[in-house]
Design a protein around this ligand. Sequence first.
Ligand code: UDP
Length: 333
Amino acid sequence: MPILIVGAGLYGTVLARALADKGHRIHIIDQRNHIAGNCFDEINAHGIRVHRYGPHIFHTANGLVIDYVKRFADWHDYRHRVRAQLSDGTLVPLPVNRETLRHVPQERVIDIFFRPYTRKMWGVPLEEIDPSILARVPIDPDAPDDYFPKDPFVGFPIGGYTAFVEEILRHNKISVALETSYRHGMEERFDYCFNAMPIDAFFDFDLGRLPYRSIKFHTIDLPVSRLLTHPVINFTDDGPMTRVTEWKNFPGHGNTASWTSLTFEEPCADHENGFERYYPVKDRDGENRALYKRYHERVPARMRFIGRTGLYAYLDMHQAISSALALADDVLS
Ligand code: UDP
């Protein structure tokens, strides 16, 4: 019997391909009308590539993952350089380095760069968020002007993420059904089910909801060639937006001279955005993790939860791939 995978995001598709390569028949369903999950991208009316669910910059130091992604796409080389905008409009490097500290004294760094942004992003004071989240953006005077300095591989698939995921799925043992939601019992026709749906939704929220942060994306198209000096600018103010992305500033994302497209991000709770779940909330006290574990203990035999919402984990793309490959190895052995 075939294997069912719920969710055609990166985790599910990488897992599907690894199992299909070993001869298993895989059926993937996804409730959305497209593959690629939250890294889905498309070309807009002005010929500019936009990531529908916010900017996805692929970065990794994992050799296995680098080899893997090169199998399915050629990649644009890239180094991600971000600026933060201060209250007087000055743009300074982020993560905070020596150049940033020429503009902001060390003792004000947390209050300027982290406190307002984290409040907007997570909806709670910085003290309530697990420190590992803030540690994603370290403060280091010696750091280069680079958002992912430890990752030798940073880039975008030539042709986009959607085409990259399509390539992963191009296998005669994989079938995909879009606009198809999981229904209880559908796994009975399968040997096994890997499930990327929100684990609390699977159990009809009977122990309560796992909270997520969502983002409202506000995209504007303007009849000018280019507006920003950098692809991403983070805001340090108390307003609702965390950052803006100018898509053309990423390699391979469009080169029309007459238009540019920008997307502003306004974080909110998932219930304020139609339960679009983007970021699991890792609270400092681990309460959400504890609730996840209570759900996890009840997962039926022959089912395993995967992906950001199935694992309730803040996985980057490279982590989704390495985790999916490790799971496939584990299952196959
Ligand atoms: N962060 C911040 N100020 C910034 C950038 C990040 O306070 O200018 C904090 C914030 O809590 C954020 C976390 O660091 O959620 C991780 O940032 P990252 O850029 O890795 O987030 P992502 O790109 O995944 O949304």
